[in-house]
Design a binder for this molecule. Structure first.
Ligand code: ATP
Ligand code: LTN
Length: 279
């Protein structure tokens, strides 16, 4: 490789992302990920979007359900506007090279790097010793997903930032170790838009999540209009009227979240929402 690779990555722009097949999707997934994918397919850059079914089995999944969930995520991709003529859509497990490259990366990444990953700490909770080894090396498989295609940009929500940093560390160490500085790109996370971290409707300090036991905490993509209106009406807020400025939302996490959701769905800014609804 030494002779052929340039001093830094010079390959084409390529966009890639995936969503784990671990249950029904919610508004956070839509605004943080799905909606971004459909916008990016219009840029003309090659776009790869997959269903991370191998990531899903880092925690127990009923085999029959996993197959159905994988198809449901693919259906959500199409329903949200992803066009198979513009994007390559596939299940991760259909391409064995993801697992193969993950093994090589397991030998490149360092234990100390994985020890810092906050998602493992959150998901393993009090039962670290009883977690699967896969849950621990989850971000290494994610690095393989990305670098297998030499992706340069990865649209994700805020919570995936740390996994992208690890991906860059693995790419850099591989390139250094093998004397091939331009072999893998150092991919950039694309964390953009007015709602990169949609919060729970019941608790402005927690992110909207599939794993929250309260269904009132999230808007599922499969909820109908009445259910959505009901959840918004029941959403936790505070006693104050909406302020005139975005700064006035500081310290009012629940109000801030609802304003951000409205802005994102109406295709406008938080400033414009407050100009209309302040007071
Ligand atoms: P879990 O709650 O089980 O951890 P999740 O709801 O966080 O799952 P993921 O499958 O981990 O969903 O995430 C899929 C994509 O959606 C990722 O790009 C992630 O960053 C994004 N995402 C997830 N939750 C939110 C949120 N609340 N706000 C914005 N983006 C989000
Ligand atoms: N960990 C991601 C899903 C995921 C992913 C990826 C995202 C797996 N592999 C590669 C972007 C690129 C999550 O959303 N939980």
């Amino acid at each position: 490789m030494t002779d052929q690779t340039p001093a830094q990555y010079t390959g084409p722009r390529r966009i890639l992302s995936g969503i784990q097949a671990s249950g029904a999707l919610h508004l956070g997934n839509y605004l943080g990920a799905l909606k971004r994918f459909t916008e990016l397919q219009e840029t003309g850059a090659p776009l790869f979007v997959f269903v991370a079914d191998m990531h899903a089995i880092t925690v127990w999944q009923e085999p029959e359900k996993l197959a159905a969930q994988t198809r449901e995520i693919a259906a959500a991709y199409l329903a949200s506007g992803l066009d198979p003529a513009k994007a390559v859509i596939f299940p991760q497990s259909a391409v064995p090279a993801h697992a193969e490259l993950a093994w090589i990366f397991n030998c490149v990444g360092r234990l100390g790097w994985l020890d810092r990953m906050t998602q493992f700490k959150e998901k393993s909770g009090k039962h670290k010793e009883r977690s699967s080894v896969g849950l621990y090396t989850y971000p290494v498989l994610q690095a393989a997903d990305i670098l297998l295609y030499k992706a340069t940009e990865v649209p994700v929500g805020e919570d995936q930032k740390q996994h992208l940093e690890l991906t860059r560390d693995i790419a850099q160490k591989f390139n250094n170790d093998f004397g091939a500085p331009g072999y893998f790109p150092l991919p950039e996370p694309l964390i953009q838009g007015p709602a990169t971290r949609v919060m729970s409707l019941r608790d402005g300090a927690a992110k909207m999540s599939k794993s929250d036991p309260s269904d009132l905490s999230r808007i599922n993509l499969t909820d109908d209009a009445d259910a959505i209106a009901n959840k918004i009406r029941k959403a936790k807020t505070d006693m104050e009227p909406l302020p005139e400025t975005v700064e006035g939302l500081e310290g009012r996490a629940e109000a801030k979240n609802l304003v951000a959701i409205y802005a994102a769905l109406a295709g406008t800014t938080r400033e414009a929402v407050l100009a209309e609804f302040a007071g």
